[in-house]
Unconditional design. Sequence first.
Length: 396
Amino acid sequence: MKNGAKKLLVLSIIVAFLTPNFVYAKEKKNVDKFSKSSILIDQDTGRVLYEKSADSKSPLASLSKMMTFLIAIEAIENNEVKKEDIITIDKSIAKVNGSSYHLKEGEKVPLIELMKGLMIVSGNDAAVAISKHIGGDTDKFVKRMNNKCQEIGMVNTHFVNPNGLPIYDLKNPSKPPKENISTARDIAILGKYMFDNYEKQVVAITNMEIYSNPARSFQKNNTNAALLSMLPNVDGIKTGYTGNAGYCLSFSMVVEKDEKNEKQHRLIGVTLGANHKNKRLGAALSMLNYGKENFSTSKVMQKDKLIGKKYIKGINELEVKLIADKELYTILENDETLNSQITFKEINYPIKKGDVVGVIKYYTNNGEILGSVNIVSANDVDSASFKTKIKMIFTD
């Protein structure tokens, strides 16, 4: 059987296995049956579309490499290092166990190739090589990882290494290992931050189904190849597995603009703790299907749209034109209703163009806040005539 036909057969079997339980799930309780914890968010708005024990802490396994990858991208963007930097592999890197980029002592590898080996084939050795190059040593790099967590709001995450391998105490082998710990919500925050700030750099690597480096005679499938090949608009992000963590996956998919969606948007999801790689895949497929089929985006406000007019102290000469300071899109579930509430500040003379005079808040029928826009003055009101100023004095 040819490789292409074999691959198609395997995917067909997976789809057949998953479809009854996942892909057409209608109720939220049936969306994800196999993760210990999971979440699905809309990147643009940050709205949580689905969650299951999303704040439960658990080992992170190779999802840890997302943070290693992010710090490498930022180090390149900040000119601390260059992606063409050549890194010489030392003995400590070459002997790192687990999933591997098969680095050898004395080998010289460009940083960008290590980043591909990190994310596509989940090289634990590549993670250590990157950490030493950017941090000077691994401990300093891990400190930087934890600082980044605090910076972007990953409040339930702590790293002990750059690759997610459990660290056992050889003197006390029965003692639980030290591990990178996080939550589904925190990993979604990390994924959103990566796409918000470095989408081009991220997708250029995470969207590759096969990684080939002829200079190293190396070729291997992306560990996320199954999901990437099943859904064309999936473009990341990272798989993970250890015995304690179970099968984990952080994933992303673009939903195109169409008759249902007024704007292209991206779904980001996380599944942690599944007990089989097919169930991990099923959880991701079901969540993505749920998000795509049950939610849609719409523009609720156009930037500079005229909201109305106000008159300072009711005086016609002191007219303030009110406009929205930005455009706003929301994502709504099919049966949800969008509501709005306008609140104005007291408007006093003088007013400058751009001054904030109020706010419009948008929320669902259940009271969940979906976003807001400021109402600002479209004009200056600061040159009233002497007669008008006198009128203001005697007008309540």
